[in-house]
Design a protein around this ligand. Structure first.
Ligand SMILES: Cc1cc2nc3c(=O)[nH]c(=O)nc-3n(C[C@H](O)[C@H](O)[C@H](O)COP(=O)(O)OP(=O)(O)OC[C@H]3O[C@@H](n4cnc5c(N)ncnc54)[C@H](O)[C@@H]3O)c2cc1C
Length: 392
């Protein structure tokens, strides 16, 4: 077993780090990349274009679709470095839809949709969940009815990033009489189409935005369907494995963690009453984060190694997702406790520390064990597919 980076991989990591230092300035977006304002959207779009110019946005794709045929290891290094500085390096299009198109799409779809993604020209959001269909996604009700060479779509999707997207890739019911998993198709919809309405929903930290999206008699060509009609469920299941595989989701708290450690070692910590005795107690707790972070990282590396061997990560992706999202919450609690009352102050208080990142992360990480499939559902997958045991 070779358990180290090659010279080229180390060199690439440094190149990515330097690029990010030069081109991604988190202070330009003090409220994070998910905040909903025009300046943030513009900054993120420009950054993605720069990534596209480097060929990094879709580096592991085949050259024929505008990728670089880069290894999964290189891609993982890129995403790991991006996660550490909280840069928006992943996207629903590149990571979730693109593999679905590559595996199931027509040659025309590959040309029409993949190439603009490589250039960062068209941004995508993922529209799977509905008010009555989250964990039990297959019970979704959004309906697509065939009418000549079009589908007419009616229904509602929720919790998606449609405000940042130009297009949405979604699941719709095309056969209401078939068993629920067998009557679903995978469709791509232009968000500027007539009959699409996007309403905002706000994350409890007040910064992140989700949306509910309504479709009223929205017409899309039949050629917007990925794969065969009524086989969309099986395509989506594979897409979800890709969604859960991203290392940036799994070690996303590393940046906040490192900032906290840096702060605790600085003179500023003593100014808020963290003396040596208190620091010893805090250190013990924060070593737990260090341990868990390394386990989560290794689970992510395992996924990369599977992808490199041509395998599609399955329950392994659920393990990494579970570990990474729960670690985010554990660490946020430890960090709040470490800073005492100061740990609860948001950045608008003159007494806040670390720009209010800690309470922000405390609120934000609550949603991590829900997004992309809840921890309970991930544990069901690990039980059934990984251990051969029944689901709860
Ligand atoms: C930050 C964030 C981003 C998101 N982004 C997107 C997006 O871009 N696109 C999109 O389509 N969706 C998105 N979602 C939606 C997300 O996928 C769903 O919220 C999630 O799948 C859970 O579905 P639900 O909210 O309907 O909860 P429910 O499915 O109603 O679950 C409620 C509770 O019951 C538990 N539960 C349900 N079924 C079982 C079971 N069989 N066994 C044990 N426990 C069970 C769940 O674990 C949960 O605790 C996002 C959600 C969040 C929080």
């Amino acid at each position: 077993m070779e358990f180290s980076w090659s010279q080229d991989e180390n060199k690439f990591r440094l190149e990515v780090r330097e690029f990010l230092q030069k081109n991604w300035d988190a202070s330009q977006l003090p409220e994070g990349p998910n905040v909903d304002n025009d300046a943030a959207k513009k900054y993120v779009r420009e950054f993605k274009r720069k990534l596209a110019e480097k060929g990094w946005l879709t580096m592991s794709w085949p050259k024929e679709y505008g990728g670089q045929d880069a290894s999964y290891v290189q891609q993982m290094i890129f995403r790991e470095e991006g996660a550490i500085v909280d840069a928006p390096i992943g996207g629903g299009g590149e990571q979730i839809l693109a593999p679905a198109i590559m595996l199931n799409g027509t040659e025309e779809q590959k040309k029409e949709y993949l190439v603009p993604m490589t250039k960062g020209e068209v941004l995508w959001s993922q529209g799977y969940s509905e008010p009555g269909a989250g964990s039990d996604l297959a019970s979704l009700q959004t309906r697509a009815v065939k009418d000549g060479d079009e589908y007419i779509i009616n229904g509602q999707k929720v919790w998606n990033g449609a405000h940042r997207g130009d297009m949405i890739h979604t699941l719709v019911r095309t056969d209401p009489d078939a068993p629920k998993h067998r009557g679903i198709s995978y469709i791509m919809i232009d968000l500027s189409a007539k009959g699409v309405t996007i309403n905002p929903l706000w994350h409890m930290n007040g910064l992140g935005r989700f949306n509910e999206v309504f479709f009223e008699d929205v017409k899309v060509p039949l050629s917007s369907r990925v794969g065969e009609e009524n086989r969309g469920w099986y395509i989506a299941v594979t897409s979800l494995d890709f969604e859960r595989s991203g290392i940036h989701l799994i070690i996303g708290i590393q940046g906040v963690y490192e900032k906290l450690i840096h702060f605790l070692k600085s003179k500023l910590a003593s100014k808020i009453g963290i003396d040596n005795d208190r620091l010893k107690k805090i250190a013990r707790k924060l070593t737990d984060t260090k341990l868990e972070l390394e386990v989560a990282r290794l689970l992510s590396y395992r996924i990369t190694s599977m992808q490199s061997a041509g395998l599609v990560p399955n329950y392994e992706a659920s393990m990494a997702k579970c570990m990474g999202s729960e670690l985010g919450q554990f660490h946020a609690r430890r960090a709040i406790n470490a800073l005492g009352l100061y740990g609860q102050l948001l950045k608008d208080s003159k007494y806040s520390v670390l720009n209010g990142d800690i309470p922000n992360s405390y609120m934000y990480t609550v949603s991590r064990t829900i997004a992309g499939g809840t921890s309970e559902i991930q544990r069901n997958i690990i039980a059934t597919r990984g251990l051969g045991l029944p689901r709860s």
